[in-house]
Design a protein around this ligand. Structure first.
Ligand SMILES: Nc1ncnc2c1ncn2[C@@H]1O[C@H](COP(=O)(O)OP(=O)(O)OP(=O)(O)O)[C@@H](O)[C@H]1O
Length: 247
């Protein structure tokens, strides 16, 4: 699949197959194409070559509602200018499943409550959006995505506003579901620890795809991120990267 914009090819020849239930970490430097690829996969951008398939079907021509019944997308700058309360924002995740004349029913409410609980937002459910911190908003957007009960969930840097506890909780939640997860992350150690598989983008191309040990090598970090780093394990045996500096 490829995607071009502004007279430039931004995603070039990416061939990516994600198995049901897999948690894939999408990594790569600033501008490598992670958000662009996620937008194509979410049906927000049409590929200039190739196809995006969900299951066996090409999603070209699918309505936004049909896509939202299959997959949820949490964008990086997913800020909403709204006066809604937290629970109402999360309930927006049920919109693709409601017909026009029916309000939120008991099933929807139970799904919203469960999503609020999983993101540690139950106490904030009545708070107005404008009063939330950045991390609380980020968690509410993720809860909204979970309320869609999607087959697949795409997340663009979902941990960038979260404190360490909420980062760990979110990653455990994402890897603990049977949903297919594709998550763009800048924190390589977090990606290595929690994802089944890492996909590395560089200048719009897929340059490595495999386990963390296969993808995160000193040589590749030097080549792609232009950093001098040592890849190893921390005292607990989790993946760790020691950064010496830039090359
Ligand atoms: N609509 C557009 N028109 C022109 N160029 C674009 C457009 N969208 C993205 N780009 C460019 O494509 C490249 C990839 O951008 P993208 O946002 O996908 O990168 P990224 O890997 O998500 O970066 P970051 O880590 O900084 O979020 C960048 O150079 C960006 O400026």
């Amino acid at each position: 699949m490829a995607w071009a914009a502004g007279g430039r090819t931004i995603i070039t020849g990416v061939d990516l197959d994600v198995a049901p239930g897999e948690t894939v970490g999408l990594i790569g430097p600033n501008g490598s194409g992670k958000s662009s690829l996620l937008r194509c996969l979410a049906g927000l951008r049409a590929p200039s070559a190739g196809t995006v398939r969900h299951g066996d079907e090409d999603i070209a021509g699918w309505s936004a509602r049909r896509i939202a019944r299959r997959l949820a997308f949490v964008e990086q700058t997913a800020d909403s200018d709204t006066d809604l309360r937290v629970a109402d924002v999360v309930a927006l995740g049920r919109t693709p499943f409601r017909d026009r004349w029916r309000g939120v029913d008991r099933t929807d409410r139970a799904i919203v409550d469960a999503a609020l609980d999983r993101l540690d937002l139950t106490e904030l459910r009545h708070r107005r959006w404008a009063t939330l911190s950045g991390g609380e908003r980020q968690r509410a957007h993720i809860a909204r995505a979970l309320a869609q009960r999607p087959h697949a969930i795409l997340l663009d840097e979902p941990t960038n506003h979260l404190d360490v506890r909420h980062q760990l909780e979110l990653m455990a939640l994402l890897t603990g579901t049977d949903q297919t997860v594709l998550v763009a992350l800048h924190d390589l150690a977090l990606a290595a620890r929690f994802c089944d598989r890492l996909v590395l983008l560089h200048r719009g191309a897929l340059v490595a795809d495999g386990t963390a040990d296969e993808v995160l090598t000193s040589a590749r970090l030097r080549e792609v991120y232009e950093i001098d780093a040592e890849v190893g394990r921390d005292a607990l045996g989790h993946p760790a990267i020691a950064y010496r500096g830039v090359t």
